[in-house]
Structure formats: C-alpha cells, structure tokens
Design a protein around this ligand. Structure first.
Ligand code: AMP
Length: 411
C-alpha cells in the first residue's frame, strides 16, 4: 500500500514526499479512508504507530476541500492530555499541511495565556488544546467552539487517567452534535468504553494491535531488587555503553528530582521533566536529550506522555506503575518507528503485586535478569512472600490496586 492509494489530495502527497515515510503505517491505512468518509471512528492504537498522521492528514483534507466561503473559525478541535503532545501534534500539522493554507494553533497550560489569546483573535482552522487551558479560555470567552465540525480525542485514556474527565465533559457540552468524532486510545478501560458510547455515533472500530499488547520488538527485562539498592542498580546499568538515550520513569516528581540528583552527582548527564518544571525547562531538557547532550531523562508518567523521540533505546521503570496500563504506555516510549528497544523494570518487595497485574494485562511473563549485583534471589519465585514486617504491610493493603491509589500520579 502506498499513500497514493489513500485518495489524498496533491498538497498532502507532496508534503508526505518531503518526509522520510515510504508507506502508510497500518493505523494510517485503516483510519484515513474512514475519516475521509466522515464516519465517527474509535481507534485503539499506541503512540509510535503513526496515529497522529492518521487523523491529521484526513482532517487537513476535509478542511481544505470545503468551499472557502463556508469556512468558519475553528472547525477542528484536537484534545490532547499534555502540553508536549499538543506541541508535537501541532508540529505534525505544520509538516503535513505545509502546502495548504490552513492555520492551526496549540494552546496549553503552564505558560502565560496572553500570546494564546492574541493568536486566537486571528483565524484558526485547527485548534490543538489541553482540556484545562481550553476550558479556562472558554470560560473567559476568548473563543467559541460553536463551529467545531471535527473533534479528535487523542490519547483519551490518558486524558481520563489524569483527571480531565470533568473538563472533557464540560468541553463536549459546548460542541454541536453535528460533528465527526474520532477517538484514539492505547487501552480500552471501561471508562473509555462508556465515553465512546455517549460520544460516538455508530463508530467504525479500528485496532492495530489488541488493547494493551506490548510492542513486540521491545525487549522487556525485570530486575528484582530492594528499594534501597535501586540508585546503585541504576548507576550500574547506565555504565553499559549501549545505553545512549535512556528514559527513566519515576512515580513522583520528588522521586524524579532525587534520581536526577543521584545521577548528576555520579557524573551522568541527566535532567528531570515533570509538572513542577516550567514549560521552558521541560522543552530545554527534551531538546538536550534529543541532541544527545544529556543521556538520561527522568520523567513522571504525565510529563513523559507524548514524548516522541525515535532513537530512544532504553526505558527504565525505576518504580513499577500501580496501574498496569501505564506500563504499556511507558515501554511504548521505546521501540518506536520500527526500531528495537529495551524496557527494563526494577521490582522491589512492595511492587510484586503491581508486577502480577502487569503480567496479567500483557499476557506475558517478563524475563528476569538473575545474579546481578543487587539481586534478591528469594523474590524470583511466584510464591514469594515478603519477609517479616513487610509481610504485615502487604496484608493490610492487600489489593495492589487499592494500595496503588495512594500513589496517585501528581502532575
Ligand atoms: P505517532 O504515533 O503519531 O506519535 O508517530 C510516531 C512516529 O512515527 C513519528 O516520529 C512520526 O513522524 C513517524 N511516522 C508517522 N507516519 C509514518 C510513516 N508512514 N512512515 C514512517 N514513519 C512514520
């Protein structure tokens, strides 16, 4: 299949010709024709599958072929969970729309709204927004969504995980029913299914990989260790020369700062990105990481969402996530655009229940690396029980899920 078979207009084909893409990815092949037919679509696809182009290309086409006289302000709205993703989606619209005269704008929180409000006074065809900032601007009457004909909810599962559900609902209530809705989600938890039932009209369902299937070309490895040994284990692994671009996940912002400090004191170039960092600091860290000036980026789940770095070789789960779906999102940061990747997870006593949930979700036992310097051989078996006082802790907080809620991700 080539892009020429997808009935795309010449300016889009020309823009694609300027990229390195040789053929559409499976999600593009399946989504582009149905979006062009103006059907509602539910796409279950992970980041890294080329999902952005699968909605950006047909939307640009639908908008550009509308008679110019019928064009109103802000006809397409793309809702995304994070500022980074907003910027990346905007960048994709710039690339694919370079031979069209459509205008797009990204609005997101964490920066002054002044320039965004100013930009909204000009004509905007496609608005790419995070829910919080969009709602703020709507409430201040800086824009109206009454002309929206196309709505995309990108990474809808993350948007709901991050507590945006009420903001999303408020935004949806301001949209006309006469619109085409496209929803992308890497996983399909019940909340997303409920949302799709109320939001989508007889949607075409597209799944490029079954929900939550881990990307096959990612090598997954597990290191059992004690919590106190994690800093040393990380330093030891980073000595491997094969580790050039490493994304380390931390459950909390403070944890991310602590890990970064440890790495920096050991002479490893590292930076943290999380919600307490300014947008400028996050962008600088990302840029330095992309350039290779820093080797390790330490991120919280929310901040890392949407990071699109093709050459990312390794992802390290310094702590296992308490929501198994998050594991799938995290490891999907590597192995992108057809490349191989390695996802390493540290697991301490208290995380064994999370591990059980993860392995259940991915229907796979993650291979264990044995006999490393900080190994806890006792933990290798499935019937492992935590020793001494830890056992009691474990019993009082039985469910991994319930216990996990205490660690709610902070932005
Ligand atoms: P996404 O899933 O939209 O985040 O895209 C992941 C990466 O795949 C991005 O770096 C895109 O530039 C790249 N990409 C998108 N479509 C294609 C394609 N048809 N061929 C090769 N790479 C692509």
């Amino acid at each position: 299949m080539s892009f020429n078979n997808l009935q795309l207009i010449a300016p889009l084909l020309k823009a694609l010709g300027d990229t390195s893409y040789t053929a559409p990815t499976p999600v593009q092949e399946k989504s582009i024709p149905v979006i062009l037919q103006k059907r509602d679509v539910l796409v279950c696809a992970q980041t890294g599958t080329g999902k952005t182009a699968s909605f950006a290309l047909p939307l640009l086409q639908l908008l550009s072929i509308q008679e110019t006289t019928k064009r109103t302000n802000c006809q397409a709205l793309i809702l995304v969970p994070t500022r980074e993703l907003a910027l990346q989606v905007a960048e994709s619209f710039t690339i694919y729309g370079k031979y069209l005269s459509l205008k797009h704008l990204a609005i997101f929180g964490g920066v002054s709204q002044h320039s965004q409000v100013k930009a909204l006074r000009q004509k905007v065809d496609v608005l790419i927004a995070t829910p919080g900032r969009l709602l703020d601007l709507l409430e201040q009457r800086c824009l109206s969504l009454s002309d929206i004909q196309y709505l995309v909810l990108d990474e809808a599962d993350r948007m709901l995980d991050m507590g945006f559900v009420n903001d999303v609902r408020k935004i949806l209530s301001r949209l006309s029913d006469q619109r085409q809705t496209i929803l992308f989600s890497a996983t399909m938890p019940p909340q997303i299914q409920q949302l799709t039932n109320t939001l989508l009209n007889q949607p075409v369902k597209i799944a490029v990989t079954p929900p939550a299937t881990t990307v096959e070309r990612i090598q997954q490895l597990l290191y059992y260790t004690e919590k106190r040994h994690k800093p040393s284990l990380l330093l030891q692994l980073l000595k491997d020369e094969g580790m050039q671009t490493v994304l380390v996940f931390s459950r909390t912002k403070h944890g991310a700062d602590r890990i970064t400090q440890n790495l920096t004191s050991a002479g490893i170039k590292a930076a943290a990105i999380h919600g307490n960092k300014s947008q400028a600091a996050r962008q600088t860290a990302l840029l330095n990481f992309k350039k290779g000036t820093i080797k390790v980026l330490v991120a919280t789940d929310i901040a890392a969402r949407g990071i699109d770095i093709d050459q990312m070789g390794h992802v390290i789960n310094y702590e296992l996530p308490n929501e198994p779906e998050t594991y799938v999102h995290r490891i999907g940061r590597t192995g992108r655009a057809g490349k191989n990747g390695v996802a390493i997870s540290f697991c301490d006593y208290e995380e064994k229940l999370y591990l059980r949930d993860i392995q259940k979700l991915i229907s796979k036992t993650i291979p264990v690396v044995k006999d490393h310097a900080f190994d806890v051989p006792l933990m290798h078996g499935n019937d492992f029980k935590q020793p001494g006082s830890l056992q009691i802790l474990h019993q009082s907080g039985r469910s991994g899920k319930r216990k996990g809620r205490l660690f709610m991700q902070q932005m």
